[in-house]
Write a protein that binds this ligand. Structure first.
Ligand SMILES: NC(=O)C1=CN([C@@H]2O[C@H](COP(=O)(O)OP(=O)(O)OC[C@H]3O[C@@H](n4cnc5c(N)ncnc54)[C@H](O)[C@@H]3O)[C@@H](O)[C@H]2O)C=CC1
Ligand SMILES: O=C(O)[C@H]1O[C@H](OP(=O)(O)OP(=O)(O)OC[C@H]2O[C@@H](n3ccc(=O)[nH]c3=O)[C@H](O)[C@@H]2O)[C@H](O)[C@@H](O)[C@@H]1O
Length: 501
């Protein structure tokens, strides 16, 4: 079924569309106030909606209601306080309150990897829907935002029908989310696209009304937000396909890093050079220790598992290789460390015999406190298990890292982490590490050896300060510059072929 967007029209003008409730804008609830749900609740209040955030974690709800975002996301704390003060934003643990309040209910709960290590655990989605549905007393729309295996929206619809009075006509839609942590506020307020799977014109209208604030903002800024209205299955697949593509792009460049290591070539220059082809582009071509986080790794595994279940397993076999390449990058940091320190190889791998190693970075990427499946922490744990005396420091991830890995030693500052170390590993590219003065740090360490697990340091400057520098698939010492910068640096004069010089 093709549903025009805005509903009933192919024109971008939408002023004639009013939400079915008759209110100026539907009232929104966000079920699950983690990284996704809290960011959405706060940003949609900022867009002018009346919003209620719900979570089963009473501490999280009290923290949010008290004006503090329980995780690190640039810009979000200010918006939270502003919108609590405006009265448009509230938080609760009561499903009854959410059902009474909301016209549109967004499901934002986690969908982690199942304990069997493959498919997605949909237990939280089921709990959220069965928690809300029995309290609904009027027609409402339940919109899934969590990342789920294809077929989930159908299943949720059946659960809703089992738990609600059919006369209410409660409906379902699925609208996957593409925000990146660290840029979440910008990504929510100015999304690259809105994708929605719907089954009725009413659901389409409601989704439109629930996003109208975004479209109004875009119009005021003379931008457009592309909207793709489709069926449930396509909407669900768009999300996992996007993450599978991003993961594949990163593993592709990391595979090139492996080849560069064997060929004594430089992957950062290779990446820069291929990225100038606009069909390839520079983004997500940063070779290093590989991808982590609460999404890419689990999503590519769940996607493979689901494809297998529906008879399309062959099509996604390459994602297994993407995963393996990614895991090898973490091991490569450990083997590089062993090479650098000349550690003897025991039957279970290298023996670091108490060598003091500074691990700079614990989060899966900078500007986040998220340590889920973080490559930096995984490498720190491997080094520690292999006998190293590891000291971890991260600007924002310390509290989460200490909870997840109390067995590691933690330093209170960058300086304390590197003090007396024989090896320094930069494994998350925080600005604090990228801009650190190698000469100053050199005075603190016992031996000047650095592994740049993100290819983010100016190797030349570190070498000039007396450090032995090792990148990941990198031979050159040139700093890795953003494309515009590098273009200015690399093309300062008309190119003259060698033979003409
Ligand atoms: N973190 C991100 O950047 C993005 C996440 N996603 C997807 O969004 C979903 C949520 O991810 P995160 O926010 O990162 O997870 P999270 O773990 O930070 O948050 C999930 C929240 O749901 C709450 N919860 C669990 N059961 C509940 C229930 N029955 N009712 C209400 N709340 C409940 C938890 O207490 C927690 O606060 C996942 O499917 C993820 O793949 C999608 C795009 C971006
Ligand atoms: O589904 C999700 O939750 C989200 O997953 C990723 O976002 P996020 O996990 O916040 O982080 P990314 O910026 O994608 O980085 C993921 C990992 O890849 C690594 N990475 C990224 C880019 C690169 O070139 N090289 C590289 O190793 C990062 O260091 C990080 O560990 C996607 O980028 C989002 O679009 C998506 O919404």
């Amino acid at each position: 079924m093709t549903i025009p967007y805005p509903p009933g029209s192919t024109m971008p003008a939408v002023t004639a569309i009013a939400p079915p409730s008759g209110a100026a804008r539907p009232r929104l609830t966000f079920l699950g106030t983690g990284y996704l749900g809290a960011t959405y609740a706060i940003c949609f209040a900022e867009l002018g909606y009346e919003v209620l955030g719900l979570d089963v974690d009473a501490v999280k709800i009290a923290t949010l209601a008290g004006g503090t975002v329980p995780f690190h996301e640039p810009g979000l704390d200010e918006l939270l306080r502003k919108n609590l003060a405006s009265g448009r934003l509230r938080f609760t643990t009561s499903y009854q309150e959410a059902a009474d309040f909301g016209d549109v209910h967004f499901i934002c709960v986690g969908t982690p990897q199942r304990h069997d290590g493959l498919g997605a655990d949909l237990g939280y989605v089921e709990a959220a829907v069965t928690g809300l549905a029995p309290y609904l007393t009027r027609k409402a729309l339940i919109v899934g935002k969590s990342t789920v295996p294809v077929g989930t929206a159908d299943w949720v619809e059946r659960i809703v029908h089992r738990h609600c009075d059919p006369a209410l006509g409660v409906e379902v839609a699925w609208s996957p989310e593409f925000l990146q942590e660290g840029y979440a506020v910008e990504d929510v307020l100015r999304p690259s696209r809105v994708v929605v799977g719907v089954r009725s014109d009413w659901a389409s209208r409601m989704v439109y009304s629930a996003h109208k604030g975004l479209f109004d903002l875009a119009a005021a800024e003379d931008r457009e937000v592309p909207v793709v209205v489709t069926d449930y299955a396509t909407a669900e697949l768009v999300k996992v396909a996007a993450n599978a593509y991003l993961a594949t792009k990163i593993s592709f460049i990391n595979a090139m890093a492996e080849v560069c290591e064997a060929a004594d070539a430089d992957v950062t220059q290779l990446s820069q050079a291929i990225g100038y082809d606009p069909r390839i582009g520079h983004r997500f071509l940063q070779a290093g220790i590989g991808f982590g986080g609460g999404c890419l790794p689990k999503d590519i595994r769940a996607f493979q598992a689901r494809a297998q279940e529906i008879g399309a397993g062959e099509a996604l076999r390459f994602l297994h290789e993407v995963d393996l390449i990614n895991q090898r990058r973490r091991s490569r940091v450990v083997s590089l460390a062993a090479e650098e320190l000349g550690c003897p190889a025991g039957p279970a791998g290298p023996d670091f015999a108490g060598a003091r190693i500074a691990v700079l970075g614990a989060t899966f990427k900078p500007n986040s406190d998220d340590i889920r499946d973080a490559p930096a922490l995984a490498a720190a744990v491997s080094l520690s298990r292999a006998g190293a005396d590891v000291h971890v420091y991260d600007p924002e991830g310390m509290a989460n890292a200490k909870t997840a890995h109390p067995e590691l030693s933690y330093a209170a500052s960058l300086d304390e982490a590197v003090q007396d170390s024989v090896l320094t590993c930069v494994l998350t590219e925080w600005a604090e590490f990228r801009t650190a003065d190698p000469a100053r740090l050199g005075a603190l360490v016992r031996e000047r050896r650095v592994i740049d697990g993100r290819n983010c340091l100016d190797g030349g400057a570190w070498a000039a300060a007396g450090w032995r520098y090792r990148g990941m698939g990198r031979t050159a010492m040139t700093p890795v510059l953003p494309p515009a910068e590098s273009r200015r640096q690399l093309i300062p004069r008309p190119w003259v072929p060698d033979y003409a010089m």
